[in-house]
Design a protein around this ligand. Structure first.
Ligand code: SF4
Length: 273
């Protein structure tokens, strides 16, 4: 496993690949404090048919197509700590006011800080709301028992979002070391074994992923034993996305914006780009 000598931010041309497992631990040290985790905002948005959302801080990947604001790259300067009880209180309050039936944590990787997530789910479970857990799968691959622990919550539907179908594609678009590329597929295998309620999404936008890699991704999923729906994502040209693509040396214009819907950024979270 490689050591992370400096905290990885957004990718720039000629970047040094990092170890996503090391980045996971480093980020948890910044964004988790006991049971609490950092958030920057709570709001409702129209995706998933209406969902109350907590915008959390911190991720263990550095995807070039990421729409999340600068809190992903500079977690130490963004957000305030909230306990699970405070988070669930905020989310349910918003869900009641906006009359939406679902809750989620977005803005970063929600599965960082397992104690916090468990505290949230233990409070959501008896409250009668569905909880959508969007994850890149790395934390579930890093912790052998995590998938089974999530599967026991009946309120949870997990959406595992894959970023690549080859080692080279994984490194080029997430910045993480290529030998770690199968970790998200390990997460899929563990969720299958655990009997979790989940589906797979994949950033297969042809502007970013070659068709051969898309085929390799689908084949690797089949080898993992997954035969369900694959939600194929398009890259929407949010300002933060375009700036990250440009910084990494990818030509991508805001005019090439996809009209497909994607998770909404909260209007009140600023980006420093
Ligand atoms: S797209 Fe998702 S997994 Fe990738 S850096 Fe952004 S929040 Fe993390």
């Amino acid at each position: 496993m490689c050591a992370v000598s400096a905290y990885p931010r957004y990718l720039e041309e000629g970047f040094q690949p990092y170890d996503p497992l090391a980045l996971l631990r480093l980020t948890e040290e910044v964004v988790c404090r006991g049971e609490a985790r950092k958030y920057t905002a709570f709001y409702a948005t129209g995706v998933y048919g209406g969902i109350a959302t907590g915008y959390t801080v911190g991720c263990c990947l550095r995807c070039i197509f990421c729409w999340v604001d600068a809190s992903r790259d500079f977690p130490e300067t963004h957000g305030e700590f909230y306990t699970p009880a405070q988070v669930v209180g905020r989310l349910i309050g918003i869900a009641r006011r906006k009359r939406v039936p679902r809750l989620r944590i977005s803005g970063g990787e929600p599965a960082l800080g397992k104690r916090h997530l468990h505290g949230v789910l233990e409070r959501v479970e008896p409250a009668g709301y569905e909880f959508i857990l969007e994850t890149n799968g790395i934390p579930i691959a890093a912790d052998e028992g995590y998938a089974a622990e999530l599967a026991r919550f009946t309120c949870v539907h997990i959406r595992v979002s894959l970023k690549a179908g080859t080692a080279e594609g994984f490194e080029a678009r997430t910045g993480a070391r290529r030998e770690c590329w199968e970790l998200p597929f390990v997460a899929v295998e563990r969720l299958l074994d655990a009997g979790a309620d989940f589906h797979v999404a994949a950033m297969t936008d042809p502007r970013l992923m070659p068709q051969a890699e898309r085929r390799a991704l689908l084949a690797r999923l089949r080898r993992a034993g997954y035969t369900g729906w694959v939600e194929e994502e398009q890259c929407d040209a949010y300002h933060s996305t375009v700036q990250r693509l440009r910084a990494a040396g990818w030509g991508f214009s805001e005019k090439s914006a996809s009209s497909n819907s994607a998770p909404s950024s909260p209007d009140d979270v600023s980006t420093p780009w």
